[in-house]
Write a protein that binds this ligand. Structure first.
Ligand SMILES: *[C@@H]1O[C@H](CO)[C@@H](O)[C@H](O)[C@H]1NC(C)=O
Ligand SMILES: *[C@@H]1O[C@H](CO)[C@@H](O)[C@H](O)[C@H]1NC(C)=O
Ligand SMILES: *[C@@H]1O[C@H](CO)[C@@H](O)[C@H](O)[C@H]1NC(C)=O
Ligand SMILES: *[C@@H]1O[C@H](CO)[C@@H](O)[C@H](O)[C@H]1NC(C)=O
Ligand SMILES: *[C@@H]1O[C@H](CO)[C@@H](O)[C@H](O)[C@H]1NC(C)=O
Ligand SMILES: *[C@@H]1O[C@H](CO)[C@@H](O)[C@H](O)[C@H]1NC(C)=O
Ligand SMILES: *[C@@H]1O[C@H](CO)[C@@H](O)[C@H](O)[C@H]1NC(C)=O
Length: 506
């Protein structure tokens, strides 16, 4: 194992900073948190050890035509101490991870699993003892399979009570040491991918746009799931405020996936489509949370397919998020695509309802994208201006690369640097952004790319029985940035020059 602290002194990386002005860690507020992220199923492995039971993600990854699963992943369950040490060496200020519901409460409801409890207590203690702030996500795609089987999971209102009980255990057991809670990971893309398009677990759909699904209803389920996600979040948030907040003094937030958006042409149709895309993709979740109601354009387009909040629910949802978590990777053009009038509502899905086509910019594709930092800055500006400048944490941002490509991941370094610069611009212009997490701390089992493409600051050799970790150039760069030893101030030096010794081991 190479020592990163040794590496970072010998590395001088100077990249073309064509976008942002010079900046350093010290340009950000002292209490701003820079970290990196993982999630339980993608990092832990040990899926049937010590009492854990399957989640819908286990089932999904083991279903036909999938390559790979999270059975072992990078074995964070057994290697957490080693990984926390790497984080500490890198100088991470915060670590975002999620709690596996079925490790803590097997089958989703009922008694707490003492071994699961112990694992998360140990992990949190390990982080704290290294001065790393934990940021905990409660739900990251891994619904207990037992609850899916029993009542359909997120499309049934019974989930609200079960999710709240799970959250209660987490607040009670971990809340003394955890001050930052995100209830739901990228709720909008979860509802779309899992209930309209079927490419995310549990894989429901009826329109067969991307995959053939055996169950689901793309015209109704995404909106029902979205509604229940909001209500479950609001219920957990209410519980936290009533029972824990005065003692534990933490914050609780909700997160969405936020594309950068830009109209494809300056035609009136595309300008209106641009607004509609913002309402469907952001407003769907954020408008209820900030203003207590769904966007008008969604009510009008969806009619009775969009669930309605009771007065009491409106009050509970509105203001229930202390911050918003933002998952941001790419910017797309949007162009008008009104559904043909002959398409009956029962055959529609989220994207035909939205009436917008998205077009990748430049060389971007589903599994790789260009750095478009202005798109990110635009998201932060939009949220500031349209949603009362809410506190934000950037919970994920990063670049996938083919897994076996060099440890010298220069494009990732350029990407992260450009996006941190864009975020700084937004903060200087008033955005209340309080933290930034690179996705991911280490190579993981990826949601869509399995083990083919990875995002890690650390490389994991998945063929090695010991799952050896090695720092990539990006880990050295991030470490240098956090410790103030990397010079991101020289704007016109175009060469990426490094004596990065990690390159020899791949
Ligand atoms: C779904 O299955 C049908 C019939 O087997 C096939 O024609 C179609 O291409 C499949 N669609 C997708 C997206 O795989
Ligand atoms: C769109 O842009 C073109 C080229 O800049 C300009 O000629 C045209 O007037 C613009 N149209 C609208 C509707 O703004
Ligand atoms: C979806 O649900 C709606 C409303 O219940 C129904 O009209 C429609 O036929 C269903 N579609 C499918 C594919 O089951
Ligand atoms: C797209 O990729 C090609 C070939 O890799 C490269 O020459 C070109 O500069 C790229 N374009 C953009 C916009 O990045
Ligand atoms: C900075 O914020 C102001 C006030 O919200 C806004 O009008 C302006 O467009 C923002 N500037 C940029 C570059 O986004
Ligand atoms: C990964 O580990 C295997 C088995 O130990 C080894 O043969 C291989 O060279 C390693 N690959 C890399 C890229 O380090
Ligand atoms: C890289 O290493 C060489 C030889 O070891 C040394 O002369 C040079 O100064 C180093 N460059 C940087 C930027 O550290």
């Amino acid at each position: 194992m190479q020592s990163l602290s040794l590496l970072s002194v010998s590395v001088v990386i100077v990249l073309a900073v064509s976008y942002s002005d010079a900046f350093t860690r010290n340009d950000f507020p002292k209490d701003f948190l820079f970290g990196a992220a993982t999630s339980a199923y993608q990092w832990e492995g040990a899926v049937d050890e010590d009492g854990r039971t399957p989640s819908v993600w286990d089932t999904f990854s083991h279903s036909d035509n999938k390559k790979g699963d999270g059975d072992i992943a990078c074995d964070g369950y057994h290697k957490y101490q080693e990984d926390v040490k790497l984080m500490a060496e890198m100088g991470l200020e915060a670590f975002r991870f999620s709690i596996s519901w079925t490790r803590l409460i097997p089958n989703g409801r009922g008694p707490v699993n003492p071994k699961g409890l112990k694992f998360y207590k140990n992990l949190i203690k390990e982080l704290r003892s290294h001065g790393i702030e934990p940021h905990v996500t409660l739900y990251h795609y891994d619904l207990p399979q037992a609850l899916e089987d029993e009542y359909g999971g997120w499309i049934n209102r019974k989930i609200i009570e079960d999710f709240t009980s799970f959250a209660d255990v987490c607040f009670r057991e971990f809340g003394e040491d955890v001050k930052l809670w995100t209830t739901i990971n990228e709720a909008n893309i979860f509802a779309i991918g899992a209930y309209s398009e079927g490419f995310l677990p549990p894989g429901h759909c009826s329109t067969n746009t991307f995959v053939n699904c055996s169950t689901g209803n793309s015209s109704t389920e995404p909106y029902i799931a979205g509604h229940n996600l909001l209500l479950a979040h609001a219920s957990a948030s209410k519980l936290y405020r009533l029972k824990y907040k005065s003692k534990q003094r933490g914050s609780i937030g909700f997160s969405i996936y936020a594309y950068g958006l830009s109209p494809y042409t300056n035609s009136t149709d595309d300008e209106i489509a641009f607004q509609r895309a913002k309402d469907f993709l952001f407003g769907w979740m954020l408008k209820p949370l900030v203003y207590g109601e769904y966007p008008d354009v969604m009510k009008k387009t969806l009619g009775s397919r969009l669930p309605v909040f009771s007065e009491e629910e409106t009050e509970q949802v509105k203001g229930s998020s202390d911050f918003f978590g933002i998952i941001h990777y790419m910017t797309v053009y949007v162009t008008n695509s009104k559904p043909s009038p002959s398409l009956p509502p029962s055959n529609r899905e989220f994207f035909t309802d939205m009436g917008v086509d998205t077009i990748f910019i430049g060389n971007s594709s589903f599994f790789g994208w260009d750095a478009i930092p202005w798109g990110f800055e635009g998201v932060l500006e939009y949220l500031k201006q349209s949603y009362n400048n809410p506190p934000l944490y950037i919970l994920e941002n990063g670049l996938p690369m083919e897994h076996d490509s060099a440890l010298q991941d220069t494009p990732r370094v350029e990407y992260i640097q450009a996006y941190i610069g864009a975020m700084l611009n937004a903060i200087k212009n008033g955005s209340d952004t309080r933290g930034y997490f690179v996705w991911s701390m280490i190579d993981l089992y990826e949601l869509l790319a399995e083990y083919k493409n990875s995002f890690g600051l650390y490389y994991v050799n998945f063929s090695d029985p010991g799952l050896k970790r090695s720092p990539k150039l990006s880990a050295s760069w991030y470490s240098g940035f956090l410790k103030g030893t990397v010079d991101v101030a020289s704007q016109d030096i175009t060469q990426s020059q490094s004596n990065f010794s990690g390159s020899s081991s791949l």
